[in-house]
Write a protein that binds this ligand. Sequence first.
Ligand SMILES: [Zn+2]
Length: 290
Amino acid sequence: MQYRDSADISGASVNQAGGGSRGSAGGRLAVGGGGTIVVLILALIFGCDPSGLLGGGTGSGDTQVANPVTQCTRGSDIQANRECRWNAYMASIGAYWSGALQGFKATSMTTFSGRVSTGCGAATSSVGPFYCPVDQVIYIDTAYTATLLSQLGARGGDAAEAYIVAHEYGHHIQNLTGVMAKAQSSTQTGAGSASVRLELQADCYAGVWFRHSTDDPNGAIKSVTQDDLNRIIDAAIAVGDDAIQKAQTGSVNQESWTHGSSAQRKNWTSIGFKTGDPNKCDTFSATTLG
Ligand SMILES: [Zn+2]
């Protein structure tokens, strides 16, 4: 994946969590009813322990102010400061959706290390990257994400990272379209559940973005390669529920799937990429998911 030096990436909102405690606001879940389920479902892109997200989170130091990642204004800044690549992903994905979705509103990203307090409660890195629909922010522990990808056997790299961001951005799109609220009303899990369909649609949206990532002659992504696509598919397979279950427990239990199997995630990421059309990402009407 090559970045365009001249691209303006200053519009992407990427903030760094940190700045110490701000008193007693705490990180309690600020949502009622289905909120807990949403957190569980959305946090688990990597299927890790969600308990960190649901803790009281009233300890000191877990409420932070957001500091913008400064000095990321052009694509060329990535050479001097690799952290600016997150701004490039967000700029590219946001630019695509602003043209593809009526009533689009950009989301922002907060990077953190170890622990963060969010509109959905306090979270630790172990939950993996997630989107919080309450404050409409994507949270990601950038260092931990790379480790996690490699632990799960994915090759990683910028394209795989961008796929993860595009998947979380997909949840934001689902929040805007109302699909998320609809899917949320069901608490079932399993291979054909609403939860899995929601996740597979986010995968599909990530594939759609990647297909269009180099369309804009002034966009942040200048070129992509077959290897980039392979790495994305690689990551989608690695984060399949069955793959994670097998790695963690040695067996596979379809009934508890929340994100879909490796085959399903590969399938929908591919459909998004091949069609380049978000309307083809209707996982809720699909009779077979892959
Ligand atoms: Zn997800």
